[in-house]
Design a protein around this ligand. Structure first.
Ligand code: PTJ
Length: 250
């Protein structure tokens, strides 16, 4: 557990929200998370509350499809922003190890200081290599700073996992023909809507869940992984999350 969230009892009814708040606060103080990250967190927290702070069966199916995509990929890359780095650094490193993915820092509000702080933070949590610092390629159709990626990272990837992404960049990555996995608690967000696999769940629960599925599927043959990918229906997953929110059944 990260510093600052050790005093929250595991059975507290709003455990995940409180842990998330503490980690984001710590992230801002450490220069990892942007101040806008606090606002993004508030938005996510509202949706997590409406979803009952639980992983819906449809989100679990999405996590399984995400794991299958990552295992099938020629070059999977996990994009890391300031919120993801603050919330789940150990879990991001564990997922990258489980599926053989690169970790690439990709910031909405990019500054060299935050890039360096996040790279150090990920290395402190066990990452052997962190991409995103070269920034020698561009995602077409985005303004300069947000478009920066590594030529041997996101630019070359066939499958990209983008947690808490802004809608423009999610759409631009999807336009490049990459398979896109988005983690976003808002099923109505443009990022979730353009994703091949929208995982409508808190990143705190979603990343370890994708890793657990990846470990379970490690020995599955390509036919089985391709079947899991083919059977996943992104529209049905988004509809299910929206229905859960509207039902008010917490
Ligand atoms: O670190 P940077 O500079 O790359 O900036 C990152 C943020 C997140 C600030 C930036 O990408 C941003 O402004 O994002 P948005 O447009 O506010 O979108 C964030 C989305 O993530 C929203 O749809 C939230 O519902 C969702 N979200 C927030 N917290 C969580 C979440 N989804 C899953 N788990 C969360 N803990």
């Amino acid at each position: 557990m990260a510093e600052g969230d050790t005093d929250i009892p595991a059975d507290h009814p709003r455990h995940d929200s409180l842990v998330t708040r503490h980690r984001i606060e710590d992230g801002v103080e450490a220069g990892i998370t942007s101040k806008q990250g606090l606002i993004a967190e508030g938005r996510g927290e509202a949706f997590d509350y409406l979803l009952g702070e639980r992983t819906l069966p449809s989100a679990d199916a999405a996590a399984r499809a995400a794991a299958a995509h990552l295992l099938l990929a020629r070059h999977p890359v996990i994009s890391v922003n300031g919120n993801a780095a603050a919330l789940v650094p150990d879990e991001l490193v564990a997922l990258a190890d489980a599926v053989g993915a690169d970790l690439e820092i990709n910031l909405f509000n990019r500054t060299e200081e935050r890039m360096a702080a996040i790279a150090d933070h990920l290395r402190d949590h066990g990452a052997s290599e962190v991409k995103g610092l070269d920034a020698d390629a561009r995602i077409p159709g985005l303004d300069h700073e947000r478009a920066k990626v590594d030529a041997d990272g996101i630019a070359d990837a066939d499958v990209v996992l983008v947690p808490l992404e802004d809608g423009d960049r999610a759409a631009a990555l999807s336009d490049l023909g990459k398979a896109e996995i988005v983690i976003d608690l808002n099923p109505l967000s443009r990022s979730a809507q353009v994703a091949d696999v929208p995982v409508v769940d808190n990143i705190l629960r979603a990343i370890p869940n994708i890793t657990a599925h990846a470990r379970e599927l490690a020995d599955a043959d390509r036919d089985e992984l391709e079947r899991i990918v083919a059977e996943f229906d992104p529209t049905a997953a988004l509809d299910d999350a929206e229905r859960a929110i509207r039902s008010g059944d917490l």
